[in-house]
Design a protein around this ligand. Sequence first.
Ligand code: FAD
Length: 443
Amino acid sequence: MAKIQAHYDGAVIGGGIAGMQAALDLAGQGFRVLLVEREPSIGGIMVGLNKVFPTLDCSSCICTPRMAEAAHHERIDLLTYTEVEEVRRTDGHFTLRLLKKPRYVVEEDCIGCGKCEQACDWFVPHEFDYGLGARKAIYIPHGNAIPQLPVLDPEHCMFDGACARVCPKNCIDFLQQPERLEVKAGSVIIATGLKLTPMEAKKEYGGGRYANVISPLLMERMQSSNGPTGHVMRPSDGRIPRSVAYVQCAGSRDRTIGVPYCSRVCCMYALKQAILIRQHHPGTEVTLYYMDIRAFGKGYEQFFRRALAEGVRVVKAKVGRITEEPDGDLVLRVELIDEGGRVAEIRHDLVVLSQGLIPAWRPVGIVPARLDEDGFFEVPEVTTRPANSSVDGIFVAGVATGPKDIPDSIVEAGAAAMEAAMYLDRISRVEAEEAAMSEVSND
Ligand SMILES: Cc1cc2nc3c(=O)[nH]c(=O)nc-3n(C[C@H](O)[C@H](O)[C@H](O)COP(=O)(O)OP(=O)(O)OC[C@H]3O[C@@H](n4cnc5c(N)ncnc54)[C@H](O)[C@@H]3O)c2cc1C
């Protein structure tokens, strides 16, 4: 574990692209920063993506240098696999109560050689590949993980000691316990990001029940060159699909599932994945069933036009129901809006549900900053101070405040770091003035 100080200028909660950028920008201005991530590696959603819209640049090629920079910055201390149990305001600063979860590996001694992983005989579906690939019971989270340290999963470990026997540094510790830490910080930046609406949220689509109805994050991993398959395939039989359907708004703009808002990035990630499917498998048809195409960012409308030019079909339709055929194909019952509401049944062999974005962390009663009615962090002055929470000294960035893409998350992270720097400067000037006043009155 990194050597942790008792006091930091800033604590950043969440090590996705927004949190890393905020930590780097604050540290770049000379402040000492603690970056806290609850997973065993930093990187958030971005490190698992294949390519990014609208440029189709490799996602991990952009993300991993930032991960390395954040982890090795001289003014940033990194705490991974750590939960934030409480943030409270205590005379002029914030106190964070943290729970460092056991990796069952002595972090300071481990050299990340991976021998423990190789020696382990137990395979488990890999969370990073959304269950399609496998990992061991002791494993380095993925090839680009930072830190490159293994974590032991006690639920699947047989405790046969195979990993401990091969460890050259003797650093497997089956008895490691959770560790409680308390640190103080002058300011806090919350960048805890997103998770997707559950696959099962719309029961009529069969998500979680039908093997060939999949999540867009699984599609990202299948399309990644370092993913579990290296190409798009049907989970049921491993076949390259001939016709793929995207169901848009399959977890957004829907009051019945408690997500009334637009998740902003789904049209774009679906178009991106569709273009890439067409490039890799030109014989495969891709159809997006959509209500509106929201291509809101710089170059995004052009990206939509490019998708059409590259043969992606878009159909304005409402998907009412999906049923599964015995061979694993899916039949979509759709209301074709441009055909006067005609109802049709259309067969595809793979369906991607464009799930919506919801907050990954909804702390109630343990963080003084308020949440909005959708569970994201409230931004009271959203037009003029988009990185300020409801509490002076706590700033927010990325999807923690609402759905957004990577460029907007990075811009907001910069704004949060700048607001935190100005806040710290203001606080230290007030403290200096108060100290000077009390010296005068003592004289
Ligand atoms: C399928 C899909 C494809 C996408 N493709 C693109 C694309 O091509 N281009 C683009 O611009 N955008 C894309 N996006 C959007 C992009 O993923 C987000 O904009 C970006 O990940 C937001 O970054 P973030 O740091 O706010 O959140 P995240 O990436 O979610 O990072 C948040 C981090 O905080 C950690 N965390 C959460 N809670 C806590 C806690 N309590 N304590 C400590 N740590 C915590 C998480 O573990 C995570 O590491 C896509 C999204 C999806 C779902």
